[in-house]
Unconditional design. Structure first.
Length: 677
């Protein structure tokens, strides 16, 4: 199967809607024309673009204290109520500048320059410099990190040389202050010959001043260009550009200040060390999973009791009162929706705690160091260290991780990374692992869950090495170049915002899928596949659901979970892993309801099933099931993302690869485990 390094193609063209700048003489005042002004939000990676975008628009784009967080274009409406210094009219006296102005704000992927090295950077360049000129944004707000000013000004220089209107938003001033220097915004504005506003989007400081400056800049004529030498080659222009940047930094903050050694550098000596670094990373993640499973367990038990007891009992009483008791309607609502959706909701505390802990690690700047720690490992399987960033995103959700491969410079690396992402254990799988850990491993549940993540890493390494030795044999090894963010104390606002966005996204995605899946599973469980039963009266084993699952079950007998109950959850899990637990809850709730009609002890039922199917070896069978769940196809949404990013041929290849790896590992784990345990 040949791999060609073809240019990245978006599934559909991305355009910035051109604006028709309104005059105060039009009806409705400033910004009331046919289209609102378009302002692009650009800058080097990890300079606070997405945080600023969310603060200005109230949107919920992904934020993170690491490079490569934004890989797609996000749009939002920024309603500016700040007063501008001037109107867009050349001469008139009016109150237009004091009226609210709706601005279309566009968050573009981060880039250090207009010379792209990856598809996401190419997307930013094309939108800023595309033709016709009328489709370009009316203004660009460039975020610059005050603590890393030198690396941010190259893009500013290129924009000024092309005469593009810009406003510089100076972020991270607090980080610069901790390093013992500050950037003079006024001096920087004079040197850059463009407006500069100091802001802190994490604490929402300076946003009004930025709004007023943007409104004023939109009303100004086209800016002047930064002069560049004529009649010289590109290298000479590059040298002049870097000399200009050094001069600007020296005037605005002092050149020596940008090279000050900080306590972050001292910490990184240990955190990114070749031997100690990986051990620290594993220890941190073990603590995260241990806290997640131990702290969230009591809340899960409480919610489980609520749904299995009062909620189900109340639903039965209400349905009986209206004459629908002991009917298929009761089966759908109590054994279907309440059992399935309720079981998923019991994991909300666990997911929330997990998202909080990961948000703290991200905002602190630690997770970005993980790319450095794993660089040697990534290069051993033919990937640059930057590939770790989409892979670590995959441990939250595989879908954005697939999109995140756009930060990689060539098609071969993007395809290989996209094939490895499904082996990362997403949060949907985590819910199943936690449940299995509680059932089979008791007080060691946290360690069992952590072991799954370690196994996930080992699978990625193994599959990566296998692919590198075959299809990716001649892939060159590239060194890692990454601008590490400074360590910082996580803010409560940002941590809460990131946690809520991820939890809301998980619930929105899962709820729709779960409701549809629950109804579909209940319908299949109600359709008789054996004679002598009517609709919704057949035992699950004799339903269409049970019969189809039983026909597939022998495939998993060598892995110790060749029962139709276990197999059915894997078939449902192909749609979404969130549905695994709900389908189990439905199966056992329908099979063995207690006297009140609520589900019986799900954990005991699952344990009994594995004990029987494994011939008395439930622990190895449970481990094999968890390994298979982790390694086989994540969900249809991930397949759709792969199809969009790497094409149908590689997506189908990935499905086959995942199934072969998952089945082989599951069989191996069970067969070895039953000899040892």
């Amino acid at each position: 199967m040949a791999i060609t390094d073809q240019p990245f193609q978006l599934s559909s063209p991305v355009r910035l809607t051109p604006s028709v700048k309104a005059c105060c003489n039009t009806d409705g005042g400033l910004g009331a024309g046919p289209e609102a002004p378009v302002v692009a939000l650009i800058g080097a990676p990890n300079t606070g673009k997405s945080t600023l975008f969310n603060a200005l628009t109230g949107a919920g784009v992904t934020m993170g204290n690491w490079p490569g967080t934004t890989v797609e274009v996000s749009r939002g409406v920024w309603r500016s109520t700040a007063s501008a210094a001037s109107c867009q009219c050349e001469s008139c006296s009016c109150d237009a500048a004091d009226e609210p102005l709706d601005i279309t704000l566009v968050d573009l992927p981060g880039t250090y320059s207009l010379d792209p090295h990856s598809p996401d950077e190419a997307l930013t360049r094309d939108l800023l410099l595309g033709e016709p000129i009328a489709e370009r944004p009316d203004l660009s707000v460039v975020t610059c990190d005050a603590a890393r000013l030198t690396s941010c000004l190259y893009l500013v220089a290129q924009l000024r040389e092309r005469g593009l209107p810009i406003v510089v938003a100076l972020t991270m001033a607090d980080v610069a202050a901790k390093r013992g220097f500050e950037v003079d915004a006024s001096a920087l504005a004079r040197e850059l010959d463009c407006p500069v506003v100091a802001i802190d989007p994490r604490r929402r400081n300076g946003l009004e001043a930025l709004a007023a400056t943007v409104r004023d800049a939109l009303a100004q004529p086209e800016p002047s260009r930064r002069p560049v030498p004529e009649g010289v080659d590109e290298l000479a222009i590059e040298d002049e550009r870097f000399a200009w940047i050094a001069h600007v930094v020296d005037v605005a903050s002092g050149a020596a200040a940008q090279n000050t050694r900080t306590w972050s550098d001292k910490v990184d000596r240990w955190v990114t060390a070749p031997v100690i670094g990986p051990l620290i990373f594993l220890a941190v993640m073990w603590v995260v999973f241990q806290l997640t499973t131990s702290v969230a367990a009591p809340l899960q038990d409480l919610l489980d009791g609520v749904f299995a007891g009062p909620v189900s009992a109340a639903a039965v009483w209400l349905l009986t009162t209206v004459g629908l008791g002991d009917t298929w309607v009761q089966g759908l609502i109590v054994d279907g929706l309440i059992a399935g959706v309720g079981m998923l909701l019991t994991f909300v505390p666990l997911m929330a705690l997990m998202f909080v802990l990961l948000a703290v690690l991200e905002d602190s700047g630690y997770l970005a160091r993980a790319a450095v720690v794993t660089d040697r490992l990534m290069r051993s399987i033919g990937l640059p260290g930057r590939a770790f960033l989409p892979l670590i995103v995959g441990y939250g959700c595989n879908v954005p991780a697939i999109s995140g491969t756009r930060i990689l410079p060539n098609a071969r690396q993007r395809i290989l990374t996209a094939l490895l992402v499904p082996f990362t254990s997403c949060t949907a799988r985590l819910t199943v692992f936690v449940m299995m850990g509680a059932i089979f491993f008791g007080p060691y549940a946290g360690t069992a869950v952590f072991a799954m993540y370690v196994i996930s890493i080992l699978i990625i390494i193994g599959v990566g090495l296998a692919l590198r030795g075959t299809l990716w044999r001649n892939e060159p090894i590239e060194p890692l170049v990454i601008d590490l963010p400074a360590y910082q104390v996580p803010t409560l606002r940002l941590t809460a915002s990131v946690t809520w966005l991820r939890l809301k996204g998980f619930l929105q995605t899962a709820s729709g899928i779960i409701v549809v899946t629950v109804i579909g599973v209940w319908l299949l469980q109600s359709i008789p596949a054996t004679p002598g039963y009517g609709f919704a009266e057949v035992p699950v084993a004799g339903s269409a659901y049970g019969v189809v699952s039983a026909s597939v079950a022998p495939v998993f007998a060598p892995a110790g979970f060749g029962s139709w109950e276990s197999t059915s959850t894997l078939l449902v899990g192909f749609v979404a892993k969130e549905a695994v637990i709900s389908s189990w809850a439905q199966t056992y709730a329908v099979d063995a309801p207690d006297e009140s009609g609520a589900p019986g002890d799900l954990g005991a039922a699952v344990f009994a099933t594995f004990n029987e199917s494994s011939g008395g070896h439930p622990i190895p069978a449970a481990l094999a099931f968890m390994v298979f769940l982790m390694a086989y196809t994540p969900c249809v949404a991930t397949l759709a993302a792969q199809w969009r990013e790497i094409g149908g041929k590689w997506t189908l290849f990935g499905i086959g690869l995942q199934l072969v790896v998952a089945w082989s590992l599951a069989v191996g784990v069970f067969q070895i485990g039953r000899l040892l345990l």
